[in-house]
Design a binder for this molecule. Sequence first.
Ligand SMILES: [Zn+2]
Length: 134
Amino acid sequence: MTSDTYTVGDPHRPYVEGCARRQLVFSRCTACREAQLCGYRTCRSCGSRALRDEVSGGRGHIASFTVVHKAASPRFKPIVPFTLALVELDEGFRAMMQLVGSLEPAIGDRVAIDFVADEADGVLPYAERMEETS
Ligand SMILES: [Zn+2]
């Protein structure tokens, strides 16, 4: 799924609007095909400005994670400890998000992305471990 190429305006907007629709939107470089998070005006691989929005299928694996025991702000106090995961989506880009359902995941665990509405931050993605079916 694609939409217009953009080179001006807020590069985070497609991501935020995608979350509101419960879709994880990322940028695909039309020059080298590299996938990356929204928020950059140029391709981090080749420097091209020809970025196109695409919607992730919402599946990936845990590339890294950490268990957060001390809240960085009062807002996070009610949920510590929680797991913060660096997820590599199947399209090839990485995104940091909360992993729910497990404090002790393993690198490589498959995850599915879903969304939760938060009063302070709007709609945000989170990851949940999934059982391997293949
Ligand atoms: Zn590129």
